[in-house]
Design a binder for this molecule. Structure first.
Ligand code: ZN
Length: 867
């Protein structure tokens, strides 16, 4: 017998190659909940069917559950056992009815997985493996069941009882003590679904109700459920839902399939939102908006997340995943769909720029660090750790590349085929790619490496001219990643075009080059002038491109390229080259950037949102990502110097842009959003110039603002500075919003992101503020998460930032492992820093790994980060 005291605490590794079809199916399940925050009784009745000829017992997953009774076909079961957390029942026949009873305590559930309490309501989160914290069940996505749910609870406390599917009946409990003020409701979901899509909500909620009539004439009742006080903040989400429903019909031919669609906003939530069938549960930050409390960024994010979860009804629910290694099948595809939707609501180019910026900020570092993994991983310890930028955002890029290769018509034919062929089933990434091949008439054998190889491909593109000829030499390589030392060439769809360096005229049509080999050459003939290369237009492949273009070429493209993304990209590259040179040499040559920014800023043909994106300098961390050894202080100094010079040299232009962007009254439209964005960017440069009136200007904007975008923009500018208006603004913001926890998150976050040199101390103090709590994930992320991506502050040479974050993560892990584990990656970047910082970062990771009682979520993230 193993000695528990010396048994190594090495959690089990789950491997993709070990996949086996389920031993037992569960075509039907009936759940009966007696709801109570301290003790909820859950009775589950499962119809189980043996899958094929075998003699293995029925294994029902559990997590911290104790079976109070187990019945097989109505009689007390004999011989059931527990295998760790799981319930094992030997069965003799081909099909049986299993009944179990457990009691759980939602109020004590701080992990926010399974059934938990949030602001007085009860709600669930089951993806990926939370259902096993509610009842015993084969908790894997390839077991699909029809659900019947009955809930009983106190009517005053829980007047609203919601679950998946359609409402069937409801009523008051009658007679005796049991009936005292209690009521019940029943919901049936006719669509078989995996357990991770189960949801229930019980609470004192009201709904903003709407209707949508689908393309075949089905009338759907829509409801956005919130606390009564929040009702005025739900119109934007409801509107976004209707837009999403119409968009999925017109773009993908996909229609909604139930009579009701409900969304509930919850204050305590581990991530953005969840696509439970017919009952989406959302982090309230992705529902609630009004001009006074939400920024334009928030408005856009709400629409994107509402769309994302709605689109999952097809890409995720009607066709689900066979196993969790296939997670990107639903997430990558659904992100691609929500990105396309958002692009269609405003400027496609600006949306693409935002998405690429996000990819570079989160996915590229992941792909070059210790937690790099393929879009379809091969193994995991805790699946929650794999809800990553790679699965979501690189996954979306992989779908985008296939749509580029196929073209719009064939891509649509391929998604039709996919939805038709796999409707009602649990599918794989391979199934999806095969549909692309069949309907697209293409061979994607080599392309599949995008699913299996981790790491961001690097492309070098060198254009040389010999008389009337130009030769483009392309080469690619994929860097080694953990467990994958050697890589094969990928298929890279590169959109490219040449422009005349003198006339600015296009010298050819845009071409789509599929780079498949390690190297390839393309020759352009009959050139009448010196060409300038525009490559990876629209960011057609998620790669890092290195070219031999000069500062002059980049400045030229930033003014003349006819692809807005490429124009932005040329400017970014010019800025990056300038900053990296400044960091390494210690002195900056800023003339070319200043002229390029001046050109863009004063180009009347450009839309304001684009201008605001294009003139923003790359972030500290993105500059760091370009360097062998990151020097946070030198990077900060170089970036501030360039900001200062841009502010001074273009003072008149920033002032003009600022004044021109003074909107009258709040309006949520692409034009008004663009104007606000330019305004705050210009304000930032005016402040960077050291202008004497900058703080007054910012404070004036702060006080006069009729919307959160302007107010927070002004606050950020003040918080980064040293004026006495800083304290006044922070105090006034706090007083005004202290009872609104979503806005209070912004108060914490803005301070955690401050570029001041006392930010580490300030953040330590804020962790002791009476409004700070680790129990709410949004609040924890607003302070700890934001601070740890503030490159300069987090990497304070003393190491206090590392120690502080590690302390917080160890404390958070005891409450909420999922949320804690998500915050580990910044510490895992130690290899990129000097020996002194690296040693301090490692020491904190080691301290985390050595913590007694560490969750497997944290163990996996922290121990892999040490390698
Ligand atoms: Zn999703």
């Amino acid at each position: 017998m193993a000695d528990a005291r010396i048994a190594p605490q090495t959690p089990q590794i789950i491997r993709r190659e070990d996949y086996r079809a389920p031993d037992w199916f569960v075509p039907e399940i009936a759940l009966d909940f007696d709801l109570d925050p301290t003790a909820t009784r859950v009775q589950a009745t499962l119809k189980v069917e043996r899958n094929g000829a075998h003699d293995r017992p029925l294994v029902l997953n559990g997590d911290a559950l104790a079976a109070e009774s187990v019945l097989v076909d109505g009689v007390e079961a004999q011989g059931w056992t527990m295998d760790g957390p799981d319930l094992v029942i030997p069965l003799t026949g081909e099909s049986h009815t299993i009944e179990t009873v457990v009691t759980i305590a939602p109020e004590r559930n701080t992990q926010l997985q399974g059934l938990y309490a949030s602001s007085g309501m009860l709600c669930t989160q089951c993806e990926a493996e939370g259902f096993r914290r509610i009842t015993f069940f084969p908790d894997r996505p390839d077991v699909l069941s029809k659900y019947k749910v009955r809930m009983t609870g106190d009517k005053a406390r829980f007047p609203v009882l919601l679950a998946n599917g359609d409402p069937i009946a409801q009523g008051d409990c009658e007679g005796g003590d049991a009936g005292d003020g209690r009521h019940w409701a029943e919901w049936h979901d006719p669509f078989p679904k995996p357990s991770y899509l189960f949801a229930l909500v019980a609470g004192d909620l009201v709904a903003n109700k709407g209707h949508f009539t689908t393309m075949s004439g089905r009338k759907v009742d829509l409801g956005i459920w919130v606390r009564e006080a929040d009702l005025p903040k739900t119109d934007h989400a409801l509107h976004a839902l209707k837009l999403s429903m119409a968009w999925d019909e017109s773009v993908y031919g996909r229609e909604y399939d139930l009579d009701v669609f409900n969304i509930v906003a919850v204050d305590d939530f581990n991530f953005g939102a969840m696509e439970n069938k017919g009952l989406n549960v959302f982090n309230s930050r992705y529902i609630l908006a009004d001009p006074d409390t939400a920024t334009d960024y928030d408005y856009d994010a709400i629409a994107a997340v509402v769309a994302h979860e709605y689109f999952h009804n097809w890409s995720g629910n009607r066709v689900t995943c066979r196993d969790w290694f296939q997670l990107s099948l639903k997430e990558g595809f659904t992100v691609f769909r929500d990105q396309s939707f958002s692009g269609d609501q405003g400027s496609k180019a600006v949306k693409r720029i935002e998405d690429v910026r996000g990819l570079r900020a989160s996915q590229f570092p992941e792909d070059s660090g210790p937690l790099a993994h393929p879009v379809r991983p091969d193994e995991y310890i805790e699946i929650s750790n794999f809800y990553t930028a790679t699965i979501y955002n690189k996954g979306a890029e992989v779908i985008r590349m296939m749509s580029t290769i196929l073209g719009p018509q064939k891509f649509r034919a391929a998604t039709d085929l996919y939805f038709d062929r796999f409707d009602g089933t649990a599918a794989t990434c391979e199934d999806f790619v095969r549909c692309m091949e069949e309907a697209g008439g293409v061979d994607l054998t080599q392309f599949r490496r995008w699913y299996s190889q981790a790491g961001t491909p690097r492309v070098s593109a060198n254009l040389t001219q010999e008389g009337g000829k130009a030769r483009l030499k392309l080469a690619q390589s994929v860097p080694p990643t953990p467990g994958q030392p050697v890589k094969e060439p990928m298929v890279l769809p590169l959109k490219l075009k040449l422009f005349g360096g003198v006339t600015g005229r296009p010298m050819c049509d845009e071409q789509l080059v599929l780079l498949k080999d390690a190297a390839q050459e393309i020759v352009f003939e009959n050139l009448s002038e010196t060409p300038v290369l525009s490559i990876n237009r629209g960011f057609s492949a998620p790669v890092i491109v290195e070219t031999n273009r000069t500062a002059k070429d980049l400045a030229f493209l930033s003014a003349h390229d006819d692809d807005p993304f490429a124009r932005y990209e040329a400017m970014q590259q010019l800025m990056l080259d300038t900053l990296v040179a400044a960091v390494t040499s210690g002195k900056g040559e800023h003339g070319a950037v200043i002229e390029a920014v001046r050109n863009t800023l004063t180009d009347a043909s450009l839309d304001q949102a684009f201008i605001a994106e294009a003139v923003l300098l790359p972030s500290d961390s993105f500059i760091g990502d370009q360097m062998g050894v990151v020097d946070p202080d030198a990077i900060f100094a170089a970036r501030e110097a360039l900001r200062g010079d841009l502010g001074k040299a273009l003072n008149a232009e920033w002032r003009a842009a600022y004044d021109g962007a003074q909107a009258n009254r709040f309006e949520y439209s692409p034009a008004a959003k663009g104007a606000r964005r330019v305004k705050t960017v210009a304000l930032g440069y005016i402040a960077a110039s050291g202008a004497a009136d900058a703080a007054e200007l910012a404070f004036g904007q702060f006080e006069a603002a009729d919307n959160m975008t302007d107010r927070q923009g002004a606050l950020t500018t003040l918080v980064n500075g040293n004026s006495e208006k800083r304290t006044e603004a922070l105090e006034s913001f706090y007083q005004r919003y202290q009872s609104n926890f979503l806005v209070l998150d912004k108060w914490f976050q803005t301070q955690a992101l401050s570029s001041r040199d006392d930010t580490a101390q300030a953040v330590e103090a804020l962790a002791n503020h009476k409004d700070f709590t680790l129990a709410n994930p949004n609040r924890a992320r607003a302070l700890i998460g934001a601070f740890s991506v503030n490159q300069r502050a987090f990497h304070d040479v003393s190491g206090r930032g590392y120690r502080f974050v590690a302390d917080q993560l160890i404390a958070l892990d005891r409450l909420n492992p999922q949320t804690a584990a998500k915050l580990v990656p910044p510490l895992g970047r130690w290899k990129r820093f000097d020996a002194g910082r690296a040693a301090k970062m490692r020491a904190e990771l080691e301290r985390i790994v050595a913590t007694p009682g560490l969750s497997k979520d944290m163990f996996e993230q922290a121990s892999k980060s040490l390698d």
